[in-house]
Design a protein. Structure first.
Length: 275
């Protein structure tokens, strides 16, 4: 029996809901230092010479981690492309070059970097609160944040509500954000998300540019997580830690100057970006 796209999306949302609302088992034991996630904070802004002052302030909020042994790396379009070419080769660099918007570039780059090097990717507009983040690096599980969107109110559902066991509405869409993205190198779920994004970027664009969210963003990651877990019949708690309280660690700053123009991907989805 053929399943419609809407039914597939609903099944995926319900699968994510089950993961998000599940009571986690005992915390996975810490690993030796060689097996832990590297203490790196990776960020991206396509043009450092045109870095808005308010975004710079967001990035600078993470500097308090410098004295705690964390390495912070800020990439731009040029050196992100160079990294992909050097570490992954022509195919992936060509896919990156097809990312027509800075948000799409950052989506794809984070998959490439985290797969190769590991660490913690956070968006440039996230403001660090100062809480202890060491536990997020103590084991080799993928750490991702759940989100929920209400199609009736056209707004996000509060994390404190949709993560509670039993909470549900037919209008809710459960999915995983790709910010933050915390993992050890060669994580198999990140590998699957990178493979899917690369294949989608290689598709013919003569009929229009691909949609950002589903091609390289949260939609891609959510599909990859659910597909991997179902295919491998994996124990979720062994592979993933769902960050139900990431808002206590970092807050996405709003408003920011760039959100009012084409630099905001929501205003440039499937549209050529001219800077």
């Amino acid at each position: 029996m053929n399943i419609s796209k809407e039914e597939k999306n609903q099944n995926q949302s319900l699968f994510v809901r089950d993961i998000v609302q599940k009571t986690p088992s005992n915390k996975k034991e810490s690993l030796s230092n060689s097996d832990k996630i590297p203490k790196k904070i990776i960020q991206f802004w396509d043009n450092h010479e045109q870095l808005p002052s308010d975004v710079k302030d967001c990035i600078q909020s993470w500097s308090q981690l410098d004295v705690l042994g964390y390495e912070r790396l800020l990439f731009n379009n040029k050196n992100a492309g160079e990294f992909i070419l050097e570490k992954l080769g022509d195919r992936y660099k060509n896919a990156y070059d097809k990312c027509y918007h800075p948000a799409m570039q950052s989506d794809y780059f984070r998959l490439c970097y985290i797969f190769i090097e590991g660490g913690c990717y956070v968006d440039a507009d996230d403001v660090y609160s100062g809480v202890d983040i060491d536990p997020l690096f103590d084991d080799d599980r993928l750490k991702i944040q759940p989100l929920c969107y209400d199609t009736t109110t056209y707004s996000m559902v509060s994390q404190s509500i949709f993560t509670m066991v039993g909470e549900y509405s037919n209008s809710w869409i459960f999915y995983f954000n790709n910010n933050p993205l915390i993992a050890k190198s060669r994580n198999p779920i990140i590998e699957q998300a990178l493979s899917l994004a690369t294949s989608l970027l290689e598709e013919d664009t003569s009929q229009g540019l691909p949609e950002i969210q589903s091609t390289t963003g949260p939609g891609n990651l959510t599909k990859s997580v659910t597909a991997f877990l179902k295919e491998k019949d994996a124990i979720v708690d062994e592979l993933i830690l769902v960050l139900k309280d990431w808002d206590n660690t970092a807050e996405s700053k709003w408003p920011l100057s760039y959100r009012n123009d084409a630099r905001n991907w929501r205003l440039s989805n499937s549209v050529n970006f001219n800077g």
